[in-house]
Design a binder for this molecule. Structure first.
Ligand SMILES: NC(=O)c1ccc[n+]([C@@H]2O[C@H](COP(=O)([O-])OP(=O)(O)OC[C@H]3O[C@@H](n4cnc5c(N)ncnc54)[C@H](O)[C@@H]3O)[C@@H](O)[C@H]2O)c1
Length: 270
């Protein structure tokens, strides 16, 4: 898709990968609707994009709330016009000692990471299908393709759901002229740790678990603006899978070849 002149909505657009993608798409001539719960950062990114000469609207929107996401779609359309591209990107990390992670914690994580994406699809997809024009980018994670650590189970499960949902969404939408991409980053320098929750883990265990996740992911920690550029290029070329580095591609190949042997080798290495 050529995004010049398109209206783009990005959830979690006030920070990190969402901000990086907003800047990259604005640079290519898109008008931007930023949706986030962090009002201070929303205002800062809104000013950055306005400074680039693009139309921009910042909307306080909690993707875990049905009404917020419906109102986001209405405000985007009434302020800037039909939405060409939606990026379901808002996400949070939940990890913990699984015997202490209660259902409310799981629901918090899935309410944002999974149902946030579903709410976005429900609010925006019908209008795209009607127009036979549109693009959806969902932010998964390498943690949606490989279980990085045991304590990461809630986040990992939510991102596996996003990966499956997005693959199916691409199949569903293609006959209607709506394209879909799945972004699966590894480590990216963002503010994600600020909103994350760790349940029942000692500070030492949190550090050890983070190290373990990083060692499985491998690869460098990327800058969010670089990842935003990759998303913009993938949208231009209508590339389904956006894997920001080769280390993950190899990890996925190993897992895909023989899941049993892959998990066995991980268990033996613990
Ligand atoms: N940073 C990484 O290493 C990494 C790796 C893989 C995947 N991801 C995914 O990338 C996406 C973006 O995260 P990021 O790393 O840029 O982090 P970030 O914290 O910098 O940005 C995420 C934004 O989402 C917003 N947000 C959180 N809950 C929300 C809600 N309920 N409604 C609306 N907005 C909400 C936050 O306020 C924040 O501005 C997430 O889905 C995350 O899981 C990040």
């Amino acid at each position: 898709m050529n995004v010049a002149g398109e209206v783009v909505v990005i959830t979690g657009g006030a920070s990190g990968i969402g901000r990086g993608t907003a800047l990259a798409l604005a640079r290519r001539g898109a008008d931007i609707v930023l949706a986030d719960v962090n009002d201070r950062r929303l205002a800062a990114v809104e000013a950055e994009i306005a400074g680039m000469g693009r139309r921009v609207v910042a909307v306080h929107c909690d993707v875990s709330r049905d009404d917020d996401v419906q109102q986001l779609a209405e405000r985007a359309e009434s302020n800037l016009g039909p939405v060409g591209l939606l990026m379901n990107n808002a996400g949070v990390v939940l990890r913990g000692a699984l015997e202490h992670v209660d259902l409310a914690d799981w629901q918090w994580c899935f309410g944002i990471n999974v149902f946030g994406v579903i709410r976005g699809i429900n609010a925006f997809l019908p209008r795209m299908l009607e127009r036979r024009h549109g693009y959806i980018v969902n932010t998964g994670s390498v943690a949606g393709m490989v279980a990085l650590t045991g304590e990461g189970a809630p986040y990992i499960a939510s991102k596996f759901a996003v990966v499956g949902l997005t693959e199916a969404l691409a199949l569903y939408c293609q006959p209607f002229g709506v394209s879909v991409s799945l972004l699966c980053p590894g480590g990216v320098r963002t503010n994600l740790a600020e909103t994350g929750r760790s349940i029942g883990m000692s500070p030492e265990r949190q550090v050890a678990e983070t190290r373990m996740a990083q060692s499985v992911q491998g690869g460098p920690e990327l800058e969010a603006e670089y990842v935003g550029e990759l998303v913009a290029q993938a949208v231009r070329n209508e590339t389904f899978l956006i894997l920001p580095d080769d280390v993950h591609a190899e990890l996925l190949r190993r897992r895909g070849r023989d899941l049993n042997a892959f998990v066995k080798s991980r268990l033996a290495a613990q």
